[in-house]
Design a protein around this ligand. Structure first.
Ligand code: HPA
Length: 278
């Protein structure tokens, strides 16, 4: 197994720094079907994951596998077009890597997006859920193993893991954009996949307090919390979770339905980015 230490991640960051002109302040990780956000970036510099030393490779469908650096409005951003999941075979420790590279590049705020199934029966397909909190009761932490003190302390707080100020900003921008009808706020429940959940698991998740369920995001958020990057999380509700209707779950349906709302979500994200403090 690789030896994860500061030098390991610095090697990736140094390669990227040689190819960009401005350090990014905001990072956006694109979930399934959200690739369109990258098209809104100006002054683009694209770096393929496969060219970056010590970087993971994207294998999930509808995930491209490149960073796009540039500007949205006045902001300097980096977009991760293609993210990594535990179900691809990566360990939780490996999933910390891309976030630690962002930290070394100077990122202060991270917007994580995903496609998710609705557990909350008041939600509808096409809704956008602001992630107020998450539940991850399976598997261990991405911060397991020797602590890298340069990133953060051994034990770290998760009380305000989704930054309240960013949630407030997202709420007020949703109002300004007339998105309130489709805006939900709730708890993201992490299930590692790649299987969709069983109806009994979804009923259990509902009792435990989950509003939406998905296979990503949480390891990234935990890593960001450890190294002091502020997080805003958005779930695009692409399906009702297993057992809510008689429909079967399908990855292709998630992508197809996601594409229908992706434009609205992309506008919302760009608007939030432009209204973040410079
Ligand atoms: N379950 C898990 N992950 C998902 C779902 C779901 O229903 N929809 C989109 N990603």
């Amino acid at each position: 197994m690789e030896k994860f230490n500061l030098e390991y991640y610095q090697k990736s960051a140094d390669y990227i720094l040689k190819h960009i002109t401005e350090r990014p302040k905001i990072a956006i990780i694109l979930g399934s079907a959200l690739g369109g956000v990258a098209e809104r970036v100006e002054n683009k510099i694209t770096i393929s994951y496969k060219d970056i030393p010590n970087m993971l490779r994207s294998t999930a469908p509808a995930h491209k596998g490149e960073y796009v650096f540039g500007n949205i409005g006045q902001q300097s951003v980096m977009i991760a077009s293609g993210r990594f999941h535990h179900y691809e075979g990566y360990s939780y420790e490996q999933l910390a890597g891309p976030i630690r590279i962002m930290k070394l590049l100077g990122v202060k705020a991270l917007i994580v997006t995903n496609a998710a199934g609705a557990v909350n029966l008041d939600y509808s397909v096409g809704d956008i859920m602001l992630i107020e909190d998450h539940i991850k009761l399976n598997g261990y932490s991405p911060m397991r193993g020797p602590n890298i003190d340069e990133f953060g302390p051994r034990f770290f707080d998760c009380t305000y893991i989704y930054k309240p100020q960013l949630l407030d900003l997202a709420r007020s921008r949703a109002k300004a954009l007339n998105l309130e009808d489709i805006l939900q706020q709730g708890v993201y429940y992490f299930c590692p996949g790649p299987n969709f959940e069983t109806p009994a698991e979804i009923r259990a998740i509902r009792i435990l307090g989950g509003d939406a369920v998905g296979m990503s995001t949480v390891t990234e958020t935990l890593t960001a919390a450890h190294c002091g990057i502020d997080v805003l999380g958005l779930s695009m509700i692409t399906n009702m979770a297993a057992g809510v209707t008689a429909d079967l779950q399908s990855g292709q349906d998630v992508i197809d339905t996601g594409k229908k709302t992706a434009g609205i979500v992309a506008d919302f994200i760009c608007d939030i980015v432009e209204h973040l403090e410079k």
